[in-house]
Design a protein around this ligand. Structure first.
Ligand code: S6P
Ligand code: ZN
Length: 189
């Protein structure tokens, strides 16, 4: 492998050799939103919720993986657009760093014991997620939320545990144009 450089733009990441864009439309992640009737009403349109431009492919386990996420603005029944969220699987946990590039977001975190934290993901913010804290991002603004993430390539993913728990302890709802954290009654460890 040779040295290379990128800039913090979607185009730079998309055009990099080996980059892979993962597109998540509403139909694929419908079960993460609490308002099922509103999910149904948006089903025909099936909006793009986010794109994750992933530079994991082709990297060996001793390397770093990284990517750029572009999370669209919007809401489903008052719940802001968000990512699926994941743990990094127990046998291959790894810490992770997020860097806010543009837009206004929240990072939701939960530990394996069910503790939770929320942090602002805004331009210039550097957010450190320690091993074993699951993470989900939420766009609480009116423009796309763009952020950079970097983590050890050996890290594995666990999305199923998030589904099993009913999501994260907190949800972020739009109340009169303002993001408000509300407890998620469906959450269980
Ligand atoms: C990777 C890191 C992010 C997410 C991306 C999409 O460890 O946490 O790059 O992969 O934001 O989110 P998700 O939950 O669909 O993987
Ligand atoms: Zn992650």
């Amino acid at each position: 492998m040779l040295p290379f450089q990128l800039t913090l733009t979607p185009e730079s990441f998309r055009n990099h050799p080996g980059a892979r864009s993962v597109l998540r439309r509403l139909s694929e992640i419908a079960n993460i939103f609490s308002q099922t009737a509103e999910v149904q009403s948006l089903a025909a349109h099936n909006p793009l919720i986010y794109e994750f431009v992933d530079l994991r492919d082709g990297l060996s386990e001793s390397m770093l993986s990284f990517g750029l996420t572009i999370l669209q603005p919007g809401a489903v029944g008052g719940e802001y657009f968000m990512t699926k969220g994941h743990f990094h699987a127990a046998q291959q946990d790894g810490d992770e760093v997020y860097l806010g590039v543009s837009g206004q977001g929240r990072l939701l975190l939960q530990s394996r014991q069910g503790e939770h934290r929320e942090m602002d993901l805004v331009p210039g913010a550097i957010l450190y997620t320690p091993l074993a804290w699951a993470h989900r991002t939420v766009n609480v603004g009116r423009v796309p939320l763009v952020f950079f993430s970097i983590w050890p390539s050996a890290t594995a993913y666990d999305y199923e545990e998030i589904t099993r728990r009913g999501g994260f302890p907190q949800r972020v709802m739009d109340q009169n144009g303002q993001p408000v954290l509300v407890p998620n009654p469906a959450f269980q460890i």
